[in-house]
Design a protein around this ligand. Structure first.
Ligand code: NAD
Length: 490
């Protein structure tokens, strides 16, 4: 059956597709501003019902201990998504404004395929480890370390890479034996709601194991951080909201896993191919209109080459005009909403007010009268103390900053409240390694190396979050550790 056949998505609660008690809310195509359809609008009461279902499924079924069932269900979900991949692709382009090109990677197919990693990890995981015999406090004891699911997980996600972020929580959390309630962003409800249709039609997931609650109301998500029946919150989004989640969760001492914002630096050393490096920085910042938390939006270049660096970045960006995400050639699609577009425009106005100038871009493209587009923009003439160099803009905006040598470049990169990612370009491996080692970030790209992969943990230092998503470390975020000591016979 076609997905979202009647252009109206439902909630998934306790194994059933149901309407939202608050009615419906629209989902908008950000490239055209047209309404695509509607999504079920949940209330806090609906969220309570979903939490209760997840609690029951965790407490009263064998889900948390039946690894074979979990592995089968996750593989079924992956298969179902693969079977519907072309429908999902069109939906992702329409609802997320994701350029078509990116749907064969991180926007869709990559994370769908990565579900295999979660299933394989659960299948091969050492759930029990023998810690051996010892005599702590003189008592002969045989000790075992058991790893167990945390319980009910509340997952709260943003709109920029919805499949990647939804699945990078659902996959490991369920594979590890938890049950889960997903609360996706109001801007991309369908990307999450399709999972409900696929789960009910194509998988053996027991009722209540996976619940999906779409809502136009942010406070519905906050229930997940507050409710004592939820054991853990896994949140991806802005640092400000992450702080609110952590504060709410503190009341019940929930485990909190946070993937937050970034303002990552792209360092070009003085022995690097300057034009190639700056071109790559410009390309990366333009991708998906800069709506990626780990995008390197500060280009930190040798002072002597500053003007050449600005020119190289601007030349690349000028060739990457913001446009129709349906086109196979588009790199820079629209921003997700009028609100985000206006926010980015506010930062561009601020850049001028702070004394900066635009080497290209600077606002809405003249040839796009509809849609939430901003042209890829290079900001020149500012240093790292400018607000546009410190705050996350979440748009296709690259600020070029001069450095006075490797140590100064590292100091500039680390002079940020964030610590998500970084890039270093240079020809001397000893220098690039030394710089990579000093960066206070969770992932580093050296000369174009790609850190994004199912088996590679991803996450941030400082105010970019805590914990790691993906890889075995990402799976283990969803586990508790229990030590069982048995008195040994004398
Ligand atoms: P956001 O923080 O506004 O919203 C994220 C989610 O939180 C949404 O589902 C929203 O409904 C929900 N929410 C809002 N208020 C809440 C509250 N008080 N309690 C609980 N939930 C609440 O973020 P956004 O605008 O949707 O996404 C953009 C942000 O996400 C950027 O800052 C970006 O850097 C960040 N992000 C981080 C990563 C990462 O892995 N580090 C990945 C993608 C996006």
């Amino acid at each position: 059956m076609a997905l979202l056949a009647d252009r109206e998505s439902k909630l998934l609660i306790d194994g059933k597709l149901v309407a939202g008690s608050a009615g419906v809310f629209p989902t908008i195509n950000p490239a055209t501003e047209d309404t695509l359809g509607v999504a079920a609008d949940a209330t806090t009461a609906d969220m309570g019902t979903a939490i209760e279902a997840a609690r029951r499924a965790f407490d009263d079924t064998d889900w948390s201990t039946n690894t074979e069932l979990r592995v089968r269900c996750i593989r079924q979900l992956r298969e179902a998504m693969r079977e519907h991949i072309e429908e999902l692709r069109e939906l992702t382009i329409a609802e997320v404004g994701a350029p078509r090109m990116l749907t064969s990677g991180g926007q869709l197919e990559g994370p769908v395929d990565d579900l295999s990693f979660c299933a394989d990890t659960a299948e091969n995981y050492s759930w029990k480890t023998d810690l051996g015999f010892a005599t702590p406090q003189g008592m002969p004891s045989n000790r075992t370390i058991a790893r167990e699911a945390v319980g009910v997980v509340g997952a709260i996600t943003p709109w920029n890479f919805p499949h990647q972020i939804n699945l990078a929580k659902i996959g490991p959390a369920l594979a590890a034996g938890n049950t889960l309630v997903l609360k996706p962003a109001p801007d991309t409800p369908w990307a999450a709601a399709v999972l409900g249709e696929l789960v009910t039609e194509h998988t053996d997931f027991p009722p209540g194991v996976l619940n999906i609650v779409t809502s136009s109301d942010h406070t519905v998500g906050a229930v997940l951080s507050q409710d004592p029946r939820v054991d853990m919150v896994s949140f991806t989004g802005s640092t400000a909201t992450g702080r609110a989640v952590m504060t709410d969760a503190a009341v019940t001492i929930k485990k909190v896993f946070l993937e937050l914002g970034g303002k990552s630096a792209f360092i070009v050393l003085d022995d690097a191919d300057l034009a190639a490096a700056c071109s790559m920085a410009a390309f990366t910042t333009s991708m998906h209109a800069g709506q990626g938390c780990a995008i390197t939006t500060r280009l930190v270049v040798p002072r002597a080459s500053y003007d050449d660096a600005v020119a190289a970045a601007a030349a690349t960006m000028a060739g990457l005009a913001a446009g129709d995400p349906n086109s196979k050639r588009t790199i820079c699609g629209p921003l997700i909403s009028a609100r985000q577009r206006d926010r980015v425009q506010g930062y561009l106005d601020l850049a001028l007010a702070e004394g900066g100038s635009f080497a290209c871009g600077g606002g809405r493209p003249a040839d796009q009268p509809k849609g939430f587009f901003i042209s890829p923009t290079v900001i020149a003439g500012l240093n790292n103390s400018a607000r546009v160099a410190r705050e996350e803009i979440f748009g296709p905006v690259l600020t070029v900053i001069a450095h006075d040598g490797d140590d100064d470049a590292v100091a500039i990169a680390n002079d940020s409240p964030y610590g998500l990612s970084g890039t270093v370009f240079g020809t001397d491996p000893a220098r690039t390694s030394a710089v990579a080692a000093k960066l206070r970030v969770g992932t580093v790209n050296v000369n174009g190396g790609v850190w994004y992969a199912a088996d590679a943990p991803f996450g941030g230092y400082k105010q970019s979050g805590n914990g790691r998503e993906m890889g075995v470390a990402g799976f283990e975020e969803y586990l508790e550790t229990k030590v069982i000591a048995t008195l040994a016979p004398q």
